[in-house]
Design a protein around this ligand. Structure first.
Ligand SMILES: [Zn+2]
Length: 246
């Protein structure tokens, strides 16, 4: 099975003017790490299915901020019982629906930031039978009448070639790994599901997703980038007619 990451083609004067802010119902704070000294948080490991509305003291998760490492650890401990197995939960991890402001006209498939996949509600039925994506309605603040969008929760799976050679910080887990550019970005371990998050900022989809959403991806000006590796390049794409970069 081939795997791809999806990206927005650069189109001058695109008919899709939709944009949104990255607000979320709840979020773990960012940190200042006492070991590696990095100040960081956020960037992909978000779980819109996780509902903190019944969690005592949920207000502690409502304001994005930066806290000392020890405080982060105690906040994370409080949410872990609510988080799905295998979830990566780090500084800046978000929970619950997207809540930012949205405006403009959205394509059927939306990749506003590369690690987040959103689709129009009508497309959810077309994803039936595909694995690894859980649809969660957004709660954007928008003008009345704007079509809502559904975010796909994509959980960790697979890994990026080269990432494992960078030793993570013993305290916060951050590594100095920098993603290679498209064309040189390849999977090390291939996921077992159709949608997977292979690192914080890379969600990958299988060739089955390309086949299923062929028309909508084209209509949305989205390009697929093959990240599988060396052999059988482009076989999945040949079955669909989505533009594919090597
Ligand atoms: Zn650190």
């Amino acid at each position: 099975m081939r795997y791809y990451t999806l990206t927005q083609a650069r189109i001058e004067r695109s008919r899709w003017t939709g944009a949104y802010d990255l607000g979320r119902e709840w979020v773990l704070p960012g940190v200042e790490c006492p070991t590696c000294k990095a100040v960081w948080g956020g960037g992909g490991y978000d779980y819109p299915t996780v509902d903190l509305s019944e969690l005592p003291g949920r207000q502690d998760f409502e304001q994005p901020r930066c806290v000392p490492w020890n405080q982060f650890v105690s906040l994370r401990k409080r949410v872990m019982p609510l988080v799905p197995p295998g979830a990566v939960v780090g500084p800046g991890t978000g929970f619950g629906a997207l809540t930012g402001r949205a405006k403009g006209k959205f394509a059927p498939v939306v990749i506003h930031v590369p690690w987040m996949l959103l689709v129009e509600p009508a497309l959810v039925a077309k994803l039936e039978g595909l694995t690894g994506a859980i649809p969660v309605p957004t709660r954007f603040k928008a003008r009345p009448g704007m079509t809502g969008l559904v975010e796909l929760e994509v959980r960790p799976g697979g890994s990026i070639l080269g990432a494992a050679t960078h030793k993570p910080c013993s305290t916060c887990g951050r590594t100095g790994f920098v993603l290679p550019p498209f064309g040189q970005l390849h999977l090390d371990e291939v996921p077992t599901v159709d949608f997977a998050r292979s690192c914080a900022s890379v969600a990958v989809v299988s060739e089955r997703v390309l086949e299923r959403l062929e028309r909508e991806l084209k209509e949305s000006d989205i390009v697929a980038v093959d990240v599988t590796g060396e052999d059988e390049k482009r076989t999945g794409a040949q079955r669909s007619s989505i533009d594919v970069l090597p």
